[in-house]
Write a protein that binds this ligand. Sequence first.
Ligand code: S3P
Length: 432
Amino acid sequence: MGSKPLEYNQHSLTGEITVPGDKSISHRSVMFGAIAEGDTTVTGFLLGDDCLNTVACFRQLGVDIQQTEDKLVIHGKGWSGLKEPKEVLDVGNSGTTIRLLMGLLAGRESHSTIIGDESIGKRPMTRVTKPLTEMGAQIDGRQNGEYTPLSIRGGQIKGITYHPSVASAQVKSSILLAGLQAEGRTTVIEPEKSRDHTERMIRQFGGIVEEDGLSVSVKGGQTLKGTTIHVPGDISSAAFFLVAGAIVPNSSIILKNVGLNPTRTGIIDVLKEMGADMTIEMKSDENNFEPVGDITIKTSNLKGMTIGGDLIPRLIDEIPVIALLASQAEGQTIIRDAQELKVKETNRIDTVVNELSKLGVAIKATEDGMVIQGNNRLTGGTVSSHGDHRIGMMLAVAALICENEVFLQEKESISVSYPQFFNDLQQLIATD
Ligand code: S3P
């Protein structure tokens, strides 16, 4: 672990890769497949640790899920097919699993206990336990329901109108999953729009969801029908190679089949505004489920910018690698309105600033983001993912432009969302 340096610095990147399936959509495909009636077939499922934890939790809830490589067949039996689990549900590192699972369990006449890893134990849960309790679920956890272990006893719940204080798709989705089982109507009104995979998924499974600006509503008592889901490539995983292609000299990368849902494409907007040499070819979106396209990116002359406001939820997971991108731009980049970074898998303001500083980047933390000076020459040294997959991948990309050796500690965390990350990277180096 970290005893050998990463061996690929100072190579250009060329060729074509297909990034793994979208994490958010993979989680939801299992959850909706489980509560639908009939079989759901999922292709391109992300075999990362987080999504495999979702599969394990739903098997514990009595759902029959068959897996052959990245294809799943989920034998849904409707809401009543979910049984009371005999053992504790363990979500590992996955915030999406725990928060959405709670919404789903809020409407079931059963008791469950949910735990996760050390990082999950530090992540705030009141943002979901509060609205779900308001709907009628009984939830408790460490520090008044803020932290795991959490216990939940669901049952008859009623619809509410809720205004979350943060734009969070996990919060919105949790409430909507409860709302589908509640008496009456449930509405979530967000401060800014967060990713809308749950809304699209409900429709794909034959359900009804109403959207009006920042307001999303569902009626309770809906029955969903099994369907087919083709999971597009994860733009959050593609982001590492988009940035690598833009900052590593003499590079040209094609990323195939990337999900381009407009609620997720903030990274594309940033690359464009910074001046990246990038083209996108959209593929036809037959079932109107999730838009998909191929992206070509080449080494680019970049300029700094300010990133904030309603752009933040559209690129929240990409901020670590955007900080690296900004370090290679001309001029200053300011990232603001991004306090949510503090409650991700790690405090991503601290981990990004500390680890990139070690490699020679001029970067400073602010209360709600960071300020990065451009045109940095990266040195090298020992850095750590701190158990955070996206920090690990960002640092591995940084190593590509470091002048000296880079030792990356805790790189195994990358398997949370991109198990074949180093193979894909190697492939782009090999075609050099
Ligand atoms: C996710 C929502 C986002 C994101 C996470 C996945 C989802 O979290 O950071 O990686 O699948 O709903 P928040 O809802 O906390 O912003």
